[in-house]
Design a protein around this ligand. Structure first.
Ligand code: ADP
Ligand code: MG
Length: 152
């Protein structure tokens, strides 16, 4: 299932629609190049969960940020990890096993040490400067109702 947006605002709105359907415990994996809009989509999800979207920074210098809201959002950005082994040592995903929604940027850098049951979003640039493409899929026992929430 795919979607396109033509502005950062539209991308945030897509994130808000996902957030509205979250029940807690979901994992959303965001893949795509620098500048593709992963943090922008994360900001929309945060807003939709009732968190302060201004807290969602790009670029981030921390591996894990937790934003309180209707459900807590665990925002993980693996861009700066050295290796999947480093992630295993940090035990990051042990910390986020709670009632919240886990959003992971650069999940592939964490290899097998990232949650497998997820909504996977692959973001891409273009064709226009402010256009972005989103391909949605489920991995493992991922949350099907999130696909339904955005019309899939
Ligand atoms: P990433 O986290 O994938 O590196 P960011 O969300 O930090 O990307 O940055 C995306 C950049 O692209 C921002 O500067 C944003 O303003 C810009 N942009 C332009 N069009 C869009 C769009 N349709 N959706 C999301 N971001 C967009
Ligand atoms: Mg980012």
């Amino acid at each position: 299932m795919t979607r396109r947006t033509a502005s950062p605002e539209e991308t945030e709105a897509l994130g808000e629609a996902l957030a509205a359907a979250c029940r807690g415990g979901e994992v959303i994996r965001l893949s795509g190049d620098l500048g593709a809009g992963k943090t922008c989509l994360s900001r929309g999800i945060a807003r939709g969960l009732g968190a302060d979207p201004a807290q969602v920074a790009s670029p981030t210098f921390t591996l894990l940020n937790i934003y309180p809201g209707r459900l807590p959002m665990y925002h993980v950005d693996l861009y700066r990890i050295e290796s999947p082994a480093e992630l295993a040592r940090l035990d990051l995903f042990e910390e986020v096993e709670g009632p919240g929604v886990t959003v992971v940027e650069w999940p592939d850098l964490g290899g097998e040490h990232t949650p497998a049951d997820a909504l996977c979003v692959s973001l891409s640039h273009g064709p226009g400067e402010a256009e972005r493409g989103f391909a949605f899929s489920l991995s493992g026992n991922g949350p099907e109702y999130l696909l339904s929430a955005i019309g899939g």
